[in-house]
Design a protein around this ligand. Structure first.
Ligand code: AMO
Length: 448
């Protein structure tokens, strides 16, 4: 008999069907046993005799039986399959599960963050955890669509690099070659090199940051969604990033209203025009609203990001706000200083519900200016050989931006930690396993 997905059997009342999946919960009433069976499309109630009671949560089973309408008092309006059940005639266990370390059958998975991550191979299956990654998929799809509509070509760039991109010490060394190599901190250099090839590109890449601290919004491996445009000026860049940001979020709202309900969150509020402020204007507003005087700081503090997002929501009904013109000194070397006031750069961040989800800039496009700035920042231009080559042979004015996939997902669903929005989060203490716990038995490479 052909296996059907659970969502397909809703219209099959009276038919004999076969469905396969995982035992979600089991309720043993001795003479009659109820099993909730879960597959990729939904959950259905199976009713059977006592032999079903040997099943356990997460067993993989195929069940054959007739689809019946449930008695009126048993109807569950909350789920698509709530009006039917399958009367089990026969079942086959394909894989037996060990006893689960915690209760898995409730709508909320009631475990701590370390447990959520220690048992990731299991917890990812929980319907509510799984929903996070359906939202994430929709973020990706929305971004792709928006970038393509702007004429960007998708490119695929390496993550092993000769140069470190964002400067600073937060870089993973690759210990393989006879010379220094790094995991990219961002696909920045490669996307710029691709501008003279396609003029407009987008890419989805992993980025590695040897973050020196543990916060709720930093991962050591994150996913970046990047765009880069040739022949573009600052205001057009702002228009482009806001358009891509809005379309991406709109796509998720359209695709998954049921997941917003499941998480008890409202879809993002997007105004026709995203409010824009310079960093100094934002700090002035924050000072007026809170008395917190960060007006000379080079960046927004986390509580400033929260405050200015509240301001954007209150005054512009917008969950997005764009902050521009950060001090040149504090931005990555490739950011173009504002010709009208070179202390500040033609750079921007996009904040969403109190957190930076994007940053970018107009870029320096002159070869000599780049060489000079690299030297000024104490970097060796020879380490940027391939990157600089692109600037020797005709580089148009250009700029771009990068969204953080996990941060967008986190804020869309109001998760309290970015680790929940990463399938397999990496941080100082975790690469799949919690390293301090596992170090005893795990061979560690000898340090040279
Ligand atoms: P930036 O370093 O701001 O800019 O990164 C861009 C976006 O990526 C996300 N992000 C992170 N998410 C989780 N953990 C991290 N450690 C982490 N680091 C970054 C954030 C951030 O806004 N090359 C530039 C972009 C550009 O100029 O085009 C860059 O990487 O959402």
């Amino acid at each position: 008999m052909k296996k059907l997905f659970i969502e397909e059997i809703v219209s099959k009342v009276g038919d004999e069907v076969q469905v396969c999946g995982w035992v979600n919960t089991i309720r043993d009433h001795k003479k009659v046993v109820f099993v909730d069976l879960r597959d990729r499309s939904g959950i259905v109630q199976i009713v059977g005799e006592s032999s079903l009671s040997s099943l356990a949560p997460e067993d993989v089973v195929c069940i054959t039986g007739v689809v019946k309408e449930r008695p009126a008092h048993m109807i569950n309006e909350k789920v698509k399959t709530g009006k039917i059940e399958i009367e089990c005639a026969e079942y086959k266990v394909l894989s037996k599960a060990q006893t689960l370390p915690f209760d898995f059958g409730k709508e909320e998975l009631d475990v701590t963050l370390p447990v959520l991550l220690d048992y990731r191979a299991l917890t990812l299956r929980h319907p509510k955890v799984r929903s996070i990654f359906l939202v994430q998929e929709a973020v990706m799809a929305g971004f792709r669509k928006a970038a393509q509509e702007l004429g960007c070509v998708e490119v695929f760039v390496p993550t092993i690099s000769f140069s470190s991109t964002e400067g600073g010490a937060e870089v993973f060394n690759v210990d393989y070659y006879d010379y220094k190599a790094f995991l990219i901190q961002s696909p920045q250099l490669y996307k710029q090199i691709m501008v003279p090839v396609f003029e407009r590109v987008y890419l989805i890449s992993h980025a590695y940051r040897a973050e020196p601290s543990m916060t709720t919004r930093h991962l050591s491996e994150a996913t970046q969604l990047d765009c880069e445009f040739g022949f573009i000026e600052f205001d057009e860049l702002l228009d482009a990033l806001e358009e891509v940001g809005k379309k991406t979020l709109e796509h998720v709202s359209k695709m998954h209203p049921e997941i917003f309900e499941q998480f008890n969150v409202v879809p993002p509020k997007l105004s026709a025009k995203v409010p824009r402020l310079t960093l100094r204007e934002a700090q002035e507003i924050i000072f007026k609203r809170t008395g917190r005087d960060n007006r000379h700081e080079p960046d927004l503090e986390p509580e400033d990001e929260k405050e200015i997002s509240i301001w954007a929501l209150e005054t512009h009904a917008s969950d997005l706000v764009t902050i521009t013109h950060f001090p040149t000194e504090k931005r990555a070397f490739y950011s173009k200083p504002n010709p009208k006031d070179p202390t500040y750069s033609l750079s921007y961040d996009l904040l969403f519900r109190g957190i930076e989800i994007l940053s970018g800039s107009q870029r320096i496009d002159d070869y000599q200016e780049l060489v000079d700035i690299l030297k000024k920042k104490g970097m060796n231009p020879d380490d940027f050989h391939m990157y600089l080559q692109a600037f020797k042979y005709g580089m148009p004015p250009h700029g771009g931006f990068s969204f953080g996939l996990e941060r967008i997902t986190m804020k869309l669903l109001n998760l309290s930690n970015v680790r929940e929005a990463s399938l397999f989060p990496r941080d100082m203490e975790r690469v799949d396993v919690h390293l301090p716990t596992f170090n005893h038995g795990h061979s560690r490479k000898e340090k040279k």
